[in-house]
Design a binder for this molecule. Structure first.
Ligand SMILES: *[C@@H]1O[C@H](CO)[C@@H](O)[C@H](O)[C@H]1NC(C)=O
Ligand SMILES: *[C@@H]1O[C@H](CO)[C@@H](O)[C@H](O)[C@H]1NC(C)=O
Ligand SMILES: *[C@@H]1O[C@H](CO)[C@@H](O)[C@H](O)[C@H]1NC(C)=O
Ligand SMILES: *[C@@H]1O[C@H](CO)[C@@H](O)[C@H](O)[C@H]1NC(C)=O
Ligand SMILES: *[C@@H]1O[C@H](CO)[C@@H](O)[C@H](O)[C@H]1NC(C)=O
Ligand SMILES: *[C@@H]1O[C@H](CO)[C@@H](O)[C@H](O)[C@H]1NC(C)=O
Length: 591
């Protein structure tokens, strides 16, 4: 019997644009489309031919495999399949149609019986407990033998048996959060404690983000994952040289899952935003956007709204990512009202592969994603996020092409020279920067750039702002009620606009007396060959929270003074999204 499953081996069929080709370039460096099916245990009887036909029409598979490894569990339902091997059947069906097959594996959890046999593999919370899930699954930890050794046995078995076109490793990491979005803390398993002690001799292993050593632990644990990712990548490259790996920041194909969840605010730009960010960091690496046809986590049986589903696809292709349609179970068992539109977009992308091949961004402005602005990130700050989103919206509505740069990549991009692509970098309510980021930004400004800071930036014990390039020498006041900051300005700097002073606002009979005071709304100064601009109030937050377009107007006026000179002017309705790309013959417009 050849049926499969590592602990939870999800694999998937990928429908790609090209048929298996013989050229030596990576297949994933050209535009492609994908269809991902997360097969459930009960789907082992899937008709692979019908599914492959369906995928071919529109534009993957959980299988449990026949393992020799004693720590794996075979899906008992596989016995009901004639061949006993869903993966091989799928591979045959894919090959017969010129489709490629990628395997999706998830090593983040093990079944209870495996957990009980190998408790040393498990995630252990600071209070000593396991992380239990539905269906008796238990989270594991990357530090111990499961990740470091057994996974390589599994990959060895799979790659021996199947000539797959790629791997997608899902949810690999330290499992601080579980599927219920519950935060469990930093893993305290014996291997983590030992490795941390060796790394940091004697410093306390933190419990969570509130602890002093957490940042250091985060850097260390990211390093453990990077090293593991590198090993997986090398292993797969050796066994299946033509296969692409989707796993983490250094993989062959960068990945984003476009999805929607209860308890999460809808942000309709999320797909564009993420693709731009990934492309800014690694311009030459293909990006895959997996568009979920269902609501996340506990509500996966609920279909996504067809228009929102289409929006994921259309934003993906317009930003130069490869679109993937993602469903649960054998096609047509769970209704998906968005298939029609998604298929249309995927086919459009396939028919215009030339256009979608290599159209690097020509944006001269970068908006930095501030620390703590991503949902789920420790120290998640709604204020920084609101400022960032307000500016994102403003710039998009002004049709100003811009890239997104994650604050974590500032130093890297300065080192590679990628920061030099930009004329203007906007820091939305950045709060506290790492010292090396601040240094890199100051250096960049001095050599030619214009930095724009809106809202708060950290000041030291003497109230001196963290960026030396700023036109302010000192923060004078931090008025928390109105979120204003007042500064002492450097000689030679100039101001734009003045503030109105405070006056009574109630009862209505007394609403008068606000007069213009001698406080700048915006300060501008030179630094080396560059410029720095400081907004004394969070203008993006104002736009986001109140919707008053005067905030956007103010931002626009300042950009008019100091912004980059864009090659093309636009005169569209604000809600139209525009991307500008220089290579090829076409400028690309997305409605
Ligand atoms: C799929 O179709 C091919 C060609 O008709 C056939 O040989 C093969 O047995 C089918 N596969 C399965 C698993 O039914
Ligand atoms: C997880 O399950 C194990 C085994 O049933 C149980 O002993 C333990 O208390 C559970 N842990 C948590 C945190 O629920
Ligand atoms: C241990 O931590 C987990 C996760 O935070 C929590 O669910 C559990 O109640 C805690 N158990 C004890 C005994 O404190
Ligand atoms: C085109 O440029 C925009 C920025 O204007 C960028 O976000 C996008 O990824 C580029 N599109 C493609 C298809 O590469
Ligand atoms: C201003 O004060 C608030 C509230 O105390 C604080 O959170 C914030 O960090 C301060 N901002 C600056 C720039 O010091
Ligand atoms: C700025 O100019 C004022 C007035 O001319 C002068 O008193 C002050 O010393 C100058 N400050 C610096 C840092 O140069």
């Amino acid at each position: 019997m050849r049926l499969f499953t590592a602990i939870r081996l999800f694999s998937l069929l990928a429908g790609t644009v090209q048929t298996a080709s013989t050229d030596t370039a990576n297949w994933f460096d050209k535009p492609f489309g994908m269809f991902q099916i997360n097969l459930r245990e009960i789907d082992v009887d899937m008709d692979v031919n019908a599914t492959a036909d369906f995928i071919q029409d529109v534009g993957g598979i959980l299988a449990n495999y026949p393992t020799k490894l004693d720590f794996q569990i075979i899906n008992p339902r596989l016995q009901d399949r004639a061949s006993g091997d869903l993966v091989q059947d799928s591979l045959d069906a894919a090959r017969a149609r010129g489709l490629r097959l990628l395997a999706r594996v998830d090593f983040s959890k093990v079944q209870r019986q495996v957990a009980e046999a190998h408790p040393e593999w498990l995630y252990i919370s600071p209070n000593g407990t396991w992380q239990n899930h539905t269906n008796d699954l238990v989270s594991v930890c990357p530090s111990d033998a499961w990740y470091q050794e057994r996974i390589f046995d599994i990959l060895d078995e799979i790659t021996d048996w199947y000539d797959l076109d790629g791997f997608f490793v899902n949810w690999a990491g330290f499992n601080e959060n579980d599927y219920f979005h519950v935060y469990h803390g930093v893993c305290h398993c014996a291997s983590c404690k030992k490795a941390w002690d060796e790394h940091k001799n004697g410093k306390e292993l933190p419990y969570g983000p509130e602890d002093a050593n957490y940042r250091e632990w985060k850097t260390w644990s990211d390093g453990v994952m990077d090293e593991w990712t590198r090993r997986v990548r090398n292993f797969i490259a050796q066994k299946l040289p033509h296969a692409g790996l989707i796993l983490g920041a250094s993989s062959d194909i960068l990945f984003y899952e476009a999805n929607n969840a209860i308890h999460r605010e809808i942000w309709h730009h999320a797909t564009s935003e993420t693709v731009i960010r990934l492309k800014s960091e690694r311009p030459d690496t293909p990006v895959l956007v997996n568009c979920a046809s269902f609501l996340d986590h506990a509500y996966r049986i609920t279909s996504e709204d067809p228009h929102h589903f289409a929006q994921y696809h259309v934003q993906a292709i317009s930003r130069g990512a490869n679109p993937s349609t993602y469903i649960i179970g054998v096609p047509s068992t769970i209704p998906c009202p968005g298939f029609e539109q998604a298929g249309e977009i995927i086919r459009f992308h396939r028919a215009n592969a030339d256009v979608y091949s290599g159209m690097p961004s020509s944006a001269l402005t970068a908006l930095v994603m501030p620390p703590g602005s991503q949902v789920g990130e420790p120290h998640y700050q709604t204020e920084a996020l609101s400022e960032y989103k307000g500016l994102y919206k403003a710039m998009q509505e002004l049709h100003m092409p811009f890239d997104i740069v994650d604050h974590r990549y500032i130093v890297d991009m300065a080192e590679t020279g990628d920061l030099g692509r930009y004329r203007v970098i906007v820091l939305p309510r950045i709060g506290s920067l790492y010292d090396e980021d601040a240094e890199a930004l100051d250096t960049w400004v001095a050599t030619e750039g214009t930095v724009i800071v809106t809202g708060a930036i950290r000041t030291d014990d003497n109230d001196v702002p963290q960026l030396q390039s700023l036109p302010a020498s000192k923060m004078r006041e931090n008025i928390t009620d109105t979120q204003e900051l007042t500064y002492e300005w450097k000689n030679g700097s100039t101001g734009l606009f003045k503030e109105l002073g405070y006056a009574p606002f109630a009862p209505p009979e007394y609403i008068y007396g606000n007069i213009q005071i001698d406080e700048r709304a915006v300060g501008i100064g030179s630094y080396g060959k560059g410029k720095a601009v400081l907004f004394t109030a969070p203008v993006g937050w104002g736009y986001r929270e109140t919707g008053l377009s005067v905030f956007r107007d103010l931002f626009e006026l300042v950009l008019f003074e100091v912004g980059a000179e864009e090659p093309l002017p636009f005169n569209f309705a604000p809600q139209m999204e525009v991307t500008v790309n220089t290579s090829g013959n076409n400028d690309h417009t997305l409605n």
